[in-house]
Design a protein around this ligand. Sequence first.
Ligand SMILES: C[S@@+](CC[C@H](N)C(=O)[O-])C[C@H]1O[C@@H](n2cnc3c(N)ncnc32)[C@H](O)[C@@H]1O
Length: 392
Amino acid sequence: MPASRECSLTEFLDLLRDSLRDDACWGVVLSQPRDPAGATKWTARPIELSGERRFQLAERRAKQEFHHNLTAKELLTRIADALGQQFQQGDLFSADADFSARVIRDGVVRLTRRKPSKSAPPLTHDRRKQYLIPEGRPCPFLTEIGVMTPTGQVKASMQAKFRQVNRFLEFVDDVLPELPSTGVLHVIDFGCGKSYLTFALHYLLTELRGREVEIIGLDLKAEVVADCQRIAEKLGCRGLRFEVGDIAGYLATGIVDLSVSLHACDTATDAALAQAVRWQAKVILAVPCCQHEVFGLLSDDSLSGLLRHGILKERFAALATDALRAALLETVGYRTQIVEFIDLEHTPKNLLLRAVRADRPNPESPARYEQLKRQLNLDEFALERLLSTEFA
Ligand SMILES: C[S@@+](CC[C@H](N)C(=O)[O-])C[C@H]1O[C@@H](n2cnc3c(N)ncnc32)[C@H](O)[C@@H]1O
């Protein structure tokens, strides 16, 4: 069933901007003209001109068609000006999904999302971003988990997952210089779930970077863990194993170089961060998910104009939680950054917290953290409680 909802026209234009940025826009159509005497339809498709990526915009007027070759930025500007003015309907065909936006009133559209119906046109194929795992090269774990065919083609319904896997690998590849350059790399993936990203991590470190690893995927769900272990054995993934367990109580037996927690719900992310800090992991990568705790702690008296709207309070609480986590990690000796991960299901939960152990803590960090808490009118939150010993 297609998912349909009302949203702002800007949101649709943001989807278009993202797909253009990622070289993942396979076409755009504007239709339902307000004035049938003018242009009746615009169809844009990616082309290559003198080695550069461009979009050919075909403008239909009566029986004639006019062509304009535009950059992605020019196309976005043209569409932003025309949708809602000249045309009432916009369709975006992207690697993630087909999106239809029907203008229902000024600045508001009914947005429908369907499974992607198109795959990359041949012209754009060569110019697609060079992924660490490129399409066309068979990759055993992606075949096993149903993302690729055995010949290396990415299934249309799995394009988004494929991009997510590659984006994650770029982040890991980026932090490799922060990890020991020789010997076995010790990695833990907290809340690994079906482990698409754990297998990807193993593939990057062993196959692409030639490292010896000991990677543990940990999850509460016994059946999921058993399934991942079976796949790891079937594929002969050396140094990769899965365990059933709770993040909070997990005892690491030795060094942890890299701690990963992706979409671990609510305070499970805090538990994962606290464990990583205790083990003095050199790098922490966390993509938080559904931050409920701070939502309940924010008092409506502070910023009442903002917090009285439920949806804004929810988003603000999520951002505040991640800001608190980053600030707190700095006080215990990490350099932190919060960057955009990937917009998988068009949810605002797409931030990645990247923390790298610093040689010495920044002396200004504790004051900055306390100031943030004061501004938010908070006494403490989960990660601070979990790290109380480190604070003491
Ligand atoms: C949304 S899934 C994410 C899976 C995977 N990391 C990903 O990003 O694709 C969250 C996983 O975290 C696991 N989880 C949640 N709380 C946990 C805890 N306290 N200890 C271990 N696993 C936990 C859940 O069982 C679930 O499989």
